[in-house]
Design a protein around this ligand. Sequence first.
Ligand code: NAD
Ligand code: MG
Length: 398
Amino acid sequence: MSASGPAGERAVARPAGSRTGANGTVGVAVLGSTGSIGTSALKVLARHKQRFRVVALTAFGQRERLEAQAAAFRPAFVGLVNGDASDGWRAGRACLVEAVTREDVDVVLNGIVGAAGLEATLAALAAGKRVALANKETLVMAGELVTRTAREKGGEIVPVDSEHSAILQCITGRRPAGLSRVILTASGGPFHAWPAERVRHATVAEALNHPTWRMGRKITVDSATLANKALEVIEAHFLFDLPYDRIEAVVHPQSVIHSFVEFVDGSVLAQLGFPNMELPILYALTHPERVADDGVARFDPVAAGSLTFEPVRTDVFPALALGMQAGRAGGSAPAAFNAANETAVAAFLAGRAPFGRIAEVIARVLEEQMVTDASSVEAVLEADAWARRRAAELLECS
Ligand code: NAD
Ligand code: MG
């Protein structure tokens, strides 16, 4: 079911049970606590205080929101990356690694957006922690390195992403050899039924108007281009040790089925629920156990209504095929894909590039890249930096 290394040890979702801290509760560090995933995680943690204690909180900015969270949870450690050290808080990028490597941290919930989360993911895994990973960019840009670090150092990666949580929930307790194929569901974003020409010139407000999920701005744009599904295909490849020809995507506009898993005998399991990240966040913290929780609306098939499926319109949303192509190329290609996407999305959100330009820039960067080995941090960061520079140049001349 999961990435097994030469030693036969899993990097992904080892049976837990050993994550309880000294005083009987599990110490949690929430990175990106002021974001969409971070605030959902704190809602979950507030409902489960007997089991978890919040030990560390970090954010990039949003000092006031972080102050309110620190007052509510009284963590031992607070880090504000883009701030100055005051009130006992830590500042600067180094605070992320400091937070995740603390003795009293058992589980790291990484809710940082983008490549900025890589160092903390690696440091947490190297320190033998469980990483409840929402920050999928980490696994895309450095999948080989991240899974190897987990295997070699006793760390564990448990996905928060709803599709990957669904897969993990379907395969837990079953033999890896029985897994045949996974089908990731995609809402299709706000433009799934729009004509191609209208999609090319979609505005920022239109792209941010996601039909089923309320999320941060970057992932919301990724959902509109379907680059998010490409990131998730690569994420699934590394998490579940599956070749790309056994990972598919289907558009499911209602976002009720979070993914399908097919077994070798042809049987298919799926995990369902109304779209809400609190459930996969809780599962990532407790896997393989389930903990009673009354915080999320119970499923009602009648209220869910008709569930429909459509093929991805690959001609209108080329980012999915581009990402899969980068995944298959392997090495540094996924890092280049991710970096080009982050750069182009930032330009789109800043009003400096039309929506259709995002996929064009990714395509050009992938065409021009030299695919190298990506088994060291240096190699990954070099590919990331090159792709960002090249994407920025291409965006300047558009
Ligand atoms: P967001 O923009 O709402 O929040 C991002 C958080 O990261 C904020 O707390 C911000 O302060 C912090 N951050 C940003 N840049 C940083 C930096 N350079 N250093 C340190 N911290 C930094 O984003 P989000 O929607 O919560 O998404 C977070 C991650 O979770 C992304 O990788 C996204 O793809 C993934 N994810 C999100 C959802 C969702 O429902 N929001 C679902 C699945 C996966
Ligand atoms: Mg997802």
